[in-house]
Design a protein around this ligand. Structure first.
Ligand SMILES: Cc1ncc(COP(=O)(O)O)c(C=O)c1O
Length: 492
C-alpha cells in the first residue's frame, strides 16, 4: 500500500493507451465529433493552455478567454478615445454607444425581449444578487425561500429579509443525488404564509454538484405568488438560456464565467414588472434625474439606470459584446454537447476508480449519471479505509501536475451540509466565536472533511485534459497516509 501519493509514480498512461481510450470514448459519444471546431480553437484561441502544459478544470470558477477577444478589445482601446459616459461630449457619447450596444447584445443573447427585461450591469453575480436583496420589499409577513444548494451570495439575501421582519426557509436536498424532490418543493411553495412579498431563489445549476434544477419551477412558483431568482452564474457558461421561454424575475450572472474576459462585470437581468417592485435603499451619482441638498429631495431615474451606481465599467463593458460574439461563433449547443460527452466519461472513470482490494477510491457528491447534470463534478478521493483524503493534499499534488481544480466547500454551505450529512442539531449547537478559522469550525461541527474536490469543464476542454486528470487520479489509489504539514484552512 502506498503511504503518500507521489507525482513521480509511473502512471502507465502512455500515448498509446490514451489513443485507445479516446477511440473508445468516441464510439460511446459519437456527437463529440460534431464539436471538432473547439479542437481547432484549442490551438489557435486557447493555445496558451498546451504551451504552458496547464490542465485547466475550474471553469465553474471562471472560464477562459480566447486570444481574439483580447486582440479585438485592445485594438479598440488603442485606436479610439472614450470618456466617462455621464456626459454628452464626443468621447463620452462614443462610450455610451458601446455600453448600450453591449446591453442590447446581452438581451439578444438570452433572447430577452427589451420590452420585458432590463439588463443592469453590475460588478459580478454577487453584485446583482445584492441589488435584489437590498431592494426587495421584504416586510413582516413576507418570506425568503431558497433551496439548500444556493451559493452564499444568494444565502446572504436572508439577512436583508430578517432585517425587514420577513422570515426565511430552506428547501432541503435529497442525498446522495443532491436534488430537490418536486413534491416537497411544491409543499414549501404552497405553505400558507403572511400577506407580504415572497421571494424564491434557486440555482439553475448547482456550483457544488452540477445538478441542473428544472426551469419549470419558475412558473410553478409564479402560480403560487412568488417572485423568483434563478441564479444562472454556473448554468449559462455551458447551457443555453432562452428568456422568451422562461420568465424568471431576476437572473444574476458573471461574464467572466461565460467567456473568461473581462473580469469585474456581471449583470442582473430583471423582468420589468418585478424591477418596479424593488425600492433602492439609497441614491447615488448616475441613478437620479436630480437631487438637492437643501430640500433633501431626490427624483430617481427608472429602469436599469436606477440600479447602476456611479460610473459603469465603460472600458470593460464593450468587451462583453466581443465575448458574446465569440461564444455565438462556437455555438452553445456545441459547447454543451462537448461538456456532456467529456463530463460523463470523466464521471464514469471516477466512479470506477478502485483500490487494489476492490474498495471504492472515490465518493461522488451528487448524481452518478448525466441526466440533468452540468459540467461540474464534486467528489473526494478515499483512503482504502473509506475515509476521505484531505482535499488540501489533493490540491498540493494537483499543483505538482499543473492541474487546476477547486477544493473546499465552493461557497455552497447547504450542499456541503447535505453531502457531508451534517444535521441541523449539530449546527444549532455550534457557535462561531471571535478569531475562529475554518479549521476550528470544522472540528467544532465534527465534519468528516474540510471540503471536496471540484472538477469543472468548459469551452476549451478536450479529451487530453480529462484523460490527464484521470491519470493523476490514479495516483490516489491505495494511499494510506498523507503528510502532516498541510496549510490551515482559514475560510470557506
Ligand atoms: C452559482 C453561483 N452563484 C453566484 C456566484 C457568485 O459569482 P461572483 O463571485 O462572480 O459574484 C457563483 C460563483 O462561483 C456561482 O457559482
Amino acid at each position: 500500500m502506498t503511504a503518500v501519493a507521489s507525482v513521480d509514480r509511473p502512471d502507465g498512461f502512455s500515448d498509446a493507451r490514451r489513443a485507445e481510450a479516446e477511440a473508445t470514448f468516441l464510439v460511446a459519444h459519437p456527437r463529440y465529433r460534431e464539436t471538432g471546431l473547439v479542437d481547432e480553437l484549442r490551438s489557435t484561441e486557447y493555445g496558451r493552455l498546451d504551451e504552458s502544459g496547464d490542465v485547466y478544470l475550474d471553469y465553474t470558477g471562471g472560464s477562459l478567454y480566447a486570444a481574439s477577444q483580447l486582440d479585438e478589445h485592445m485594438a479598440m482601446m488603442r485606436e479610439r478615445v472614450f470618456g466617462n459616459p455621464h456626459s454628452v461630449n464626443p468621447t463620452s457619447s462614443a462610450a455610451t454607444i458601446l455600453v448600450e450596444r453591449a446591453r442590447a447584445a446581452v438581451l439578444r443573447y438570452f433572447n430577452a425581449p427589451e420590452s420585458e427585461y432590463a439588463c443592469i450591469f453590475t460588478p459580478n453575480a454577487t453584485g446583482a444578487l445584492r441589488l435584489v436583496g437590498e431592494s426587495y420589499p421584504f416586510a413582516p409577513g413576507g418570506r425568503f425561500l431558497a433551496t439548500f444548494d444556493n451559493h452564499n451570495s444568494v444565502n446572504g439575501i436572508r439577512e436583508f429579509a430578517h432585517a425587514k421582519g420577513a422570515d426565511s426557509a430552506y428547501v432541503p436536498l435529497e442525498a446522495p443525488d443532491l436534488r430537490v424532490d418536486d413534491g416537497l418543493l411544491e409543499r414549501y411553495l404552497a405553505a400558507p404564509g403572511g400577506d407580504g412579498h415572497r421571494l424564491f431563489a434557486y440555482p439553475a445549476q448547482s456550483n457544488f454538484s452540477g445538478v441542473k434544477h428544472p426551469l419549470e419551477w419558475i412558473e410553478a412558483a409564479h402560480d403560487r405568488g412568488w417572485d423568483v431568482i434563478v441564479d444562472c452564474a454556473a448554468f449559462v457558461p455551458t447551457s443555453p438560456l432562452d428568456l422568451s421561454v422562461w420568465a424568471p424575475d431576476f437572473v444574476p450572472i458573471s461574464f467572466y464565467k461565460l467567456f473568461g474576459y473581462p473580469t469585474g462585470i456581471g449583470a442582473l437581468l430583471a423582468r420589468r414588472p418585478a424591477l418596479e417592485r424593488l425600492h433602492r435603499p439609497w441614491f447615488s451619482g448616475g441613478t437620479v434625474v436630480a437631487a438637492n441638498v437643501q430640500g433633501e429631495k431626490v427624483m430617481p431615474l427608472s429602469g436599469h439606470a436606477l440600479f447602476e451606481d456611479g460610473t459603469v465599467n465603460y472600458l470593460g463593458i464593450p468587451a462583453v459584446e466581443i465575448g458574446l460574439r465569440h461564444i455565438e461563433s462556437i455555438g452553445m449547443d456545441t459547447i454543451s454537447t462537448r461538456v456532456q460527452a467529456l463530463g460523463s466519461w470523466l464521471l464514469e472513470a471516477l466512479k470506477r476508480l478502485q483500490h487494489t482490494d476492490g474498495s471504492a477510491a472515490t465518493c461522488i457528491y451528487g448524481p452518478t449519471d448525466w441526466e440533468r447534470h452540468g459540467g461540474t463534478i464534486a467528489f473526494n478521493f478515499l483512503h482504502p479505509d473509506g475515509s476521505p483524503i484531505d482535499e488540501r493534499f489533493v490540491d498540493r499534488v494537483a499543483a505538482e501536475h499543473r492541474i487546476s481544480v477547486r477544493t473546499g466547500c465552493f461557497c455552497n454551505s447547504g450542499a456541503g451540509e447535505t453531502a457531508f450529512s451534517i444535521s441541523r442539531d449539530t449546527l444549532i449547537g455550534a457557535e462561531f466565536t471571535e478569531g475562529m478559522i475554518l479549521d476550528d469550525y470544522i472540528k467544532l461541527v465534527g465534519l468528516p472533511t474540510g471540503g471536496a474536490v471540484r472538477v469543472s469543464l468548459g469551452v476549451a476542454t478536450n479529451f487530453a485534459d480529462v484523460y490527464r486528470f484521470m491519470s493523476f487520479a490514479e495516483s490516489f489509489r491505495d494511499v494510506a497516509g498523507i503528510p502532516g504539514d498541510l496549510p490551515p484552512r482559514l475560510a470557506c
